[in-house]
Design a protein around this ligand. Sequence first.
Ligand code: SF4
Length: 331
Amino acid sequence: MVDFANILFSGRCNARCPYCIGRQIDPPLNEDNLDRFPPTNLERLIAIIWQQHIRQVILTGTNTDPQLYRHEEKLLKLLREQTPQGTQLVLHTNGRLALRKIEVFNRYDRASVSFPSFNPLTYRRMMGVPNPPDLKAILQQATIPVKVSCILTDDNVGEIDEFLERCQKLGVQRLVLRKLYGERRTWEMLFPSHVKLDRTGDYRGNPVYCYQGMEVTLWDFQQTESTSINLFSNGLISDQYLLTHPKKVNLKILKTTPPQHGIQLHGDSAEAKHGFNLLRLVDPPGQSPAYPGAPGAGRSPATAETGKDRKAAREPTFPIRREGRRAAHPG
Ligand code: SF4
């Protein structure tokens, strides 16, 4: 089962975070698509969403903010029309455009706002730009659930008491404190020992606490198990997120998985040479895209008529490997 689908944007960002891992991603995957509608290969992603019963679609970026996408509103409308009913559309943003685009912001089902500090100096050090967004106003004007996501580094860990208190006072319901990608220290080493939180449970292997009624999750992407399908800005669809290691081609998967129900793995494509597992949907000759809502769609995985089709609609047609989710964007 795939937990969620990411639609990834790329282009110039309105922040310059020194730790942005979008810079580690292979350059061809960071093709500027901020002005491209619809995103390349979106129809293929939507077909996978239907086929894999994915019920969460996240708009985020590899090296930019998704609210910088010039067709954000139009894309949301298209996704509402063409994804299964009940699919949650989620925004992962740095929040810098949230107030200016609050109407669009509120068209998502929920949002995660990256916000590392209330202190303008710390914010600037961590985001590379001045003037933190007005988190209080965002929370007041939001009509959707807003999670605050804060990356914890040596720059802001000293402010954690004040940060927790201010978030709680602003009415934040869910706060996620995240480790920097590659951070080797344990939470015990990173988190000041005097800060006392009550453990209430776990979420995907990450501890969840309560701070005066506010849910606080300590999130480590390298420990977290979740699966995603990712549509990169150049149209590549992959089940891997951080595509930076050319030698990690899973040749076994690429060579032995037979194409089924329209999905082919292109092991010998140019993209595969970059070292990842490439997924492409191929419409059978003469057939329209296999998902409802597509212009002229005649059948879908959900409405397949023959026994063979029904079986194909139920079964995953490519191998899903579980790996830590690594967000380039601090969403
Ligand atoms: S981490 Fe996010 S907000 Fe920061 S520069 Fe990268 S894409 Fe922009």
